[in-house]
Write a protein that binds this ligand. Structure first.
Ligand code: IVH
Length: 362
């Protein structure tokens, strides 16, 4: 059966049909998640389907579809908002799911740069589970705020972003042009409170903090956003008229000194071992951080090397997101139904109490 079959065993016709199915499922999942703030599959399921799509494409490169989800970032901006063209695209990150993938990431960087024993340093920081936002400042004044959209064109959410305490409207000592990029998110306690308030008012509640953050930022009426407790961590930049620093960590420190909140768990690591140690440290603190993270992002620290490494179609070569293992959940077995098949065969079917896993009810 092609839908679940081993990629190595697919015939060409099966691979073609499977790429079509995956393209439909993944493109729909992108729209549900990014444009409609209403995810229909878990992040782990999405990652697994995307990895399967990539694996089939690697085996059958001539079957790669024009609408392949591999070269897509997010989803098209909603027509509810004015559009803003990003001067520098807002890309996605490649994923690592195991220590082995992290070792491969480091060796592919060294290979690309032609390095042998020389040391490359990295930053390691939490991957915040929110939605990305780009803030453009000219002469120290916020001129617009845009969501990622499809990576090339985002939604103009300036009036809404201005209501966030973590988004300064003016900066002192900033480059003439500065685009600050980062993640808008909602803390757990604020999310619980908001959902309680929504339930009391008979209004719609949100499935998870990420949806609440996205739904709150993407409002037509900025006074609704203003009443929602949104936060912002800065971790990257787009156009800058002069460099912020010559290292990733230096640039993050510069953003912090300009008044942006940056993540306190950002560290510089000198080896894969140090990277993996920091990953474990962050994973241990995950449950008590007070906001959702879904992995740890590693970035080459030297910005000159980042420039040399450059980008693939939708992801930088100089960074990777090391994802946490899929969330597990317990639920109650309510009953066992006996289904009668067409041939009269009886099969037991478990009836489970719905449970939220990774922000999706299953
Ligand atoms: S760096 C060129 N750092 O993850 C890519 N992204 O899966 C620059 N994200 O689109 C992104 N935390 O929305 C970066 N510490 C972090 C992040 C982070 C969350 C999001 C971001 C990005 C997505 C990619």
């Amino acid at each position: 059966m092609p839908a679940n079959g081993e990629v190595g065993e697919l015939t060409e016709a099966q691979a073609k049909a499977e790429l079509k199915r995956l393209s439909n499922v993944l493109n729909q999942a992108n729209t549900d998640y990014h444009r409609d703030d209403a995810p229909t599959i878990s992040d782990a399921e999405y990652d697994a389907l995307k990895a399967r799509n990539l694996e089939i494409e690697a085996r059958f490169p001539h079957l790669i579809r024009g609408d392949t989800p591999s070269s897509r970032v997010g989803s098209e901006p909603s027509s509810t908002f004015q559009k803003i063209e990003h001067s520098v695209p807002m890309l996605s990150l490649g994923n690592a799911f195991s220590q082995e993938d992290v070792v491969d990431f480091e060796s592919s960087i060294k290979k690309y740069l032609g390095l042998n024993s020389e040391r490359v340093t990295y930053t390691a920081e939490p991957k915040i589970d929110g939605l990305s936002l780009s803030l453009r400042y000219e002469a120290g004044k916020l001129v617009y705020a845009a969501t990622r959209g499809d990576g090339k064109t985002g939604e103009n959410v300036t009036a809404n972003a201005m209501t966030l305490d973590d988004v300064p409207e003016s900066l002192t000592g900033a480059p003439e042009v500065l685009e600050v990029r980062g993640e808008v998110y909602m803390a757990h306690a604020d999310f619980e409170q908001l959902n309680q308030k929504q339930a009391d008012a008979g209004a719609k509640t949100f499935a998870n903090p990420r949806n609440a953050a996205a739904g709150s930022l993407r409002q037509l009426d900025p006074s609704i956003t203003a009443a929602r407790p949104l936060k912002f961590f800065a971790y990257a930049w787009g156009s800058v008229s002069e460099p912020l620093s010559d290292t990733q960590i230096g640039a993050i420190e510069r953003l912090s000194s300009l008044g942006f909140a940056t993540n306190p768990l950002t560290a510089v690591c000198n080896s894969t071992d140090e990277i993996l140690e920091h990953y474990s440290r962050i994973e241990e603190q995950r449950a008590t951080l007070g906001y959702d993270i879904d992995g740890v992002v590693y970035k080459v620290n030297d910005l000159g090397l980042q420039r040399r490494l450059g980008f693939r179609s939708t992801t930088p070569r100089w960074a990777v997101a090391h994802k946490f293992a899929a969330e597990l959940a317990w639920t109650r077995l309510e009953a066992i139904d006996i289904q009668v098949g067409r041939t009269g065969a009886l099969s037991p079917v478990a009836r489970l109490l719905p449970v939220t896993v990774g922000g999706v009810v299953v």
